[in-house]
Design a protein around this ligand. Structure first.
Ligand code: 5GP
Ligand code: MN
Length: 352
């Protein structure tokens, strides 16, 4: 694949090249007067998806773009922890999203399938710009800014805003900070490079309050969710022999569990963090029911297993140490399918 003027496009493995950045800047600068921009992030959005999208949207607004919509596929409900984020006034439901925008910008989605019913906007009249950091990104945009070395999609968003000459303000910074802390586990994961801390310093310099933001996003949940977590963690199972002896720990949560505790599905997103701390297992997994025989699966690894390979083998995707997919059947069926694929996803066995 080549980029503009026959310059090789930045492959997903080495990040965007200068030609890709230039094409992205040109796509935005070339918007017609009163041009309409539709920003889309992945289904079931997390802090990086929402934060990079809203932060970039606020940046475009500062640039003078007035006709802006931000959206994601599926139910338009914003999880409670994100309801104080700047830029939410730009959010519209999938049903209200512009059918023929002059420019589409996608965030944190590794493939078009992560955009659900909004994927048809990729083939509309305007170009599609993709900002992402998944190594598995399929390059589904007309311009792809995909940097697998970036800790979060917001790293790519900040760079593009800088190249557009948009200065950071507190609103943009708060969104990008939510994104950066989400994907680095609040600066705990391996992805926490010096560049990440330098970006965090630039964001904090706008005057945002990290304590307040972190409490709201990560350390606050309804009491019903606390009790639900207790129940779901109580049924976790440890399988020391799985993954060639590296160990697997897993649990599941049903829609009935949510109903009994009167909780919304998004509260389960934080559950994996309580499971993955199990010292005896390299791989952790939470299987969350989304339909009669359908489950959203979250997987994490501490380094012995490439869980993105497990996820891709089962129809999903993600990163080496954090990945997911949609499972079918019973929770047991889903875990059986994972167990079967684990031995082929060991890191350092010559196949990775
Ligand atoms: P989480 O477990 O936090 O939902 O997701 C972890 C990582 O896996 C994220 O990078 C997310 O984008 C990816 N991921 C989760 N579920 C899916 C899925 O169903 N399909 C794909 N392609 N990626 C997923
Ligand atoms: Mn991300």
């Amino acid at each position: 694949m080549t980029g503009p003027a026959g310059v090789p496009a930045g492959g997903a493995s080495d990040g965007p090249g200068e030609a890709d950045w230039a094409a992205a800047v040109a796509a935005i600068r070339g918007l017609p007067a009163d041009g309409r921009v539709l920003l889309i992030c992945h289904v079931n959005p997390d802090g990086d998806a929402l934060g990079s999208m809203l932060g970039f949207a606020l940046g475009l607004r500062r640039l003078g773009v007035r006709r802006l919509q931000a959206t994601f596929p599926g139910p338009p409900e914003v999880p409670e922890p994100f309801r104080g984020m700047p830029g939410l006034d730009l959010l519209v439901s999938e049903a209200d999203a512009d059918p023929e925008p002059d420019l589409v910008v996608c965030f944190d989605a590794a493939g078009a399938s992560r955009l659900g019913g909004l994927a048809d906007r990729l083939t509309g009249p305007g170009p599609a710009l993709v900002l992402d950091h998944h190594a598995s990104n399929t390059g589904f945009g007309d311009v792809n800014l995909v940097d697998p070395a970036a800790a979060a999609t917001s790293v790519v968003a900040e760079e593009l805003l800088a190249r557009l000459g948009v200065p950071l303000d507190a609103g943009i910074a708060e969104c990008l900070y939510v994104a950066l802390t989400t994907d680095t586990g609040s600066f705990r994961f391996e992805a926490t490079t010096p560049a990440v801390h330098l970006m965090a310093a630039r964001l904090l310099a706008t005057g945002i309050r990290p304590g307040d933001i972190s409490r709201r996003i990560f350390d606050s949940r309804p009491f019903g969710a606390v009790r639900l977590f207790g129940e779901v963690l109580g049924r976790a199972r440890l399988e020391p022999a799985a993954a060639a002896g590296h160990g697997l720990v897993w649990t599941y949560a049903t829609q009935d569990d949510l109903a009994r505790h009167e909780q919304r599905p998004y509260v389960l997103e934080a559950l994996i963090d309580s499971v993955r701390c199990t010292a005896e297992a390299d791989v952790s997994c939470v299987v969350k029911q989304t339909g009669a025989a359908e489950w959203a699966v979250s997987m994490r690894s501490k380094g012995a297993v490439d869980v993105s390979r497990v996820a891709v083998a089962l129809g999903g995707g993600g990163h080496r140490f954090a990945a997911g997919f949609t499972g079918r059947g019973t929770a047991e069926d889903v875990v059986n399918s994972i167990r079967a694929v684990l031995p082929g996803a060991l890191i350092g066995d010559g196949t990775s």
